[in-house]
Design a binder for this molecule. Sequence first.
Ligand SMILES: NC(=O)c1ccc[n+]([C@@H]2O[C@H](COP(=O)([O-])OP(=O)(O)OC[C@H]3O[C@@H](n4cnc5c(N)ncnc54)[C@H](OP(=O)(O)O)[C@@H]3O)[C@@H](O)[C@H]2O)c1
Length: 296
Amino acid sequence: MRKAAVVTAGTAGIGLETALGLADAGFAVTVIGRDVERGANAIERINATAPAHPARFLSADLASLEQVRALAHEIAADQAASGEPLAVLVNNVGAMFAERQTRGGVEASFVVNHLSPYLLTELLLPTLTAGAPSRIVNVTSGAVAVAKRVFDAAEPPGGYYGFHWYGRAKLANLAYTLDLAARLDGTGVSVFAADPGGAATDMTNGTMTDPKIVSPALRLLWPLVRRTFERSTSGPASAAARPSIVAATDGALTGRTGLLIGAQAQPVSPHRAAADPRVVEAVRRLSERHAPLAPA
Ligand SMILES: NC(=O)c1ccc[n+]([C@@H]2O[C@H](COP(=O)([O-])OP(=O)(O)OC[C@H]3O[C@@H](n4cnc5c(N)ncnc54)[C@H](OP(=O)(O)O)[C@@H]3O)[C@@H](O)[C@H]2O)c1
């Protein structure tokens, strides 16, 4: 039987390369994005390289929790109707903002990098459990290392520095990933994080040149910081997709869970803060409050 995979933000960048890798591995891939034309181009590319299982595109703005709920219901209904097991969910969507923005009243990078993948995952758990053995892959970032580890509220107090806020949202998502792995242990649903390292994509090309994204202390060292950013995000998206593809498909990971697949596509230790019970508990509370499974 065909197995299905869903890749969010899968019409360009690292997500499209991940979708190509999964299609090549034999999955019928659904890619999610906002732009319909981009979606059509992505499907054409995937089907040209792996025509055995036609890919499909679903349109959703993953910065809208309402659209995430609708998307989850559509995917779940489709899988139930087709009888095709959903074997892989890659939560690849991510975003960094130079200026503070909100979505539904919540700071946008927390919504896109954590609440949205959290909500999609939780709503698809019955489908993923029915499709077991299955895998959830949450795409993380080295930016967790510069995160402000304060999770009393969706947004920490103080000035807005996009790179650090992005890292904090990715840290929340990494803590959720490890927590979920423990929760689902024994169900046949494995949960992994994947760190792509870096790549030149829309996301990095659009934001990493603006000194406003880092804290005032790092801004003093901006030429050095900028060179570091440029170096670390100059590679191809195809290489950055390897950790996600390995996490989703590698037979050596069968029966394992709760691992972070690093930029070299090997398991590495996650940042300690992600396993701190206070962080895990605070993230759980924030997730339940700001992304309820049913709309308020
Ligand atoms: N690039 C890096 O150096 C790097 C480093 C570490 C971690 N990461 C992580 O890797 C993942 C992929 O990064 P990337 O650099 O490939 O990102 P990207 O360049 O922003 O990816 C573009 C893709 O994201 C989709 N997308 C963006 N916002 C969306 C939204 N609100 N709703 C639905 N689709 C959306 C785009 O579709 P539309 O155009 O149709 O919206 C397109 O398919 C992210 O989680 C990122 O945080 C990246």
